[in-house]
Every structure is written in C-alpha cells, then in structure tokens.
Design a protein around this ligand. Structure first.
Ligand code: THU
Length: 139
C-alpha cells in the first residue's frame, strides 16, 4: 500500500470519530476499512445502555462492508481516544475484533494505528496469532 493511501485511511478513521456514539465510555473510535478492490467502508463504536450490546468501530466497518457484498479486505485504520480530546495513544483492536477479522481476512491483513503523531502497521497474524480459524477445521 502506498504511503498516500495509508495516510488517507488514518485521516478517514480520525474524522469518523465525530460520528461515534459513546455516551457511556466517553471514548470515541473511528475505523476505515480498505477492500482489495479499492473501496473504503467506515465505522464507529456504537454503545448501548445495555453495555454488552455495544459494538466496536472495527466490527461496525466490517459489518457495513460485508453487507455491501465485499469479501476481500486489505487493511483497516483505527483511531480512538477520549471523546472531547485529541488522540494521544494507539487504539489496537480488542480481542473480539481480532477474532472477527480472522474470520474474513488472511494473516497479511494490515492493521494501521495512529497515536495522533506516528503511524504503526501490524499484520493480523501478529496481533491475532494462533486465532480460532475456520480453515483449520473446515467449518
Ligand atoms: N472500542 C472500539 O471501538 N475499538 C477498539 O479497538 C477498542 C474499543 C470501543 C468500545 C467502547 O465503545 C469504547 O471503545 C471503550 O471501550
């Protein structure tokens, strides 16, 4: 992926934070998911007064993309921080999101994180090693 696309994905993820619905945690997350065909789908965290019913920005982006018929994914940028502040640290995907990605992405799927200044990029295989993989069991 070019540096230009990487920066654009990070910028889209950061911009999306405004649309987060996070009244309980006060922590707003945005995600921008790049498909192999070049399409981009965005997501935000959407919380619920029944706390366990909330969804993370990453899964929200994947659900939108998959609902639109997308099947092949290249990378996701994630940016999160206190709702009324700037980003000050990296926001790596939670365990459920890593498992969710494992369902739809190969180990070389890229996860791009920003702390507001610097950008880090990880392979899914690094962030979710030895995850439960349907291909292992043919399910
Ligand atoms: N959250 C995300 O959306 N993505 C992450 O990678 C980590 C956490 C959300 C869940 C919850 O709405 C809020 O951030 C605080 O945990």
């Amino acid at each position: 992926m070019s540096e230009e696309i990487r920066l654009m994905l990070v910028s889209e993820a950061e911009k999306m934070r405004k649309a987060a619905y996070a009244p309980y945690s006060g922590f707003s997350v945005g995600a921008a998911l790049l498909c192999k065909n070049g399409n981009i789908y965005k997501g935000v965290n959407i919380e619920n007064s029944s706390f366990g019913a909330g969804i993370c920005a990453e899964r929200s982006a994947f659900c939108t993309a998959i609902s639109a018929g997308e099947k092949d994914f290249e990378a996701i940028a994630v940016a999160g921080g206190k709702s009324f502040g700037k980003i000050t640290d990296y926001c790596p995907p939670c365990g459920i999101c890593r498992q969710f990605m494992t369902e739809f992405c190969g180990g070389d799927f890229k996860i791009i994180l920003s702390d507001g200044k610097n950008i880090r990029e990880y392979d899914l295989s690094f962030l979710a090693p030895f995850g439960f993989d349907k291909n292992r069991f043919g399910i």
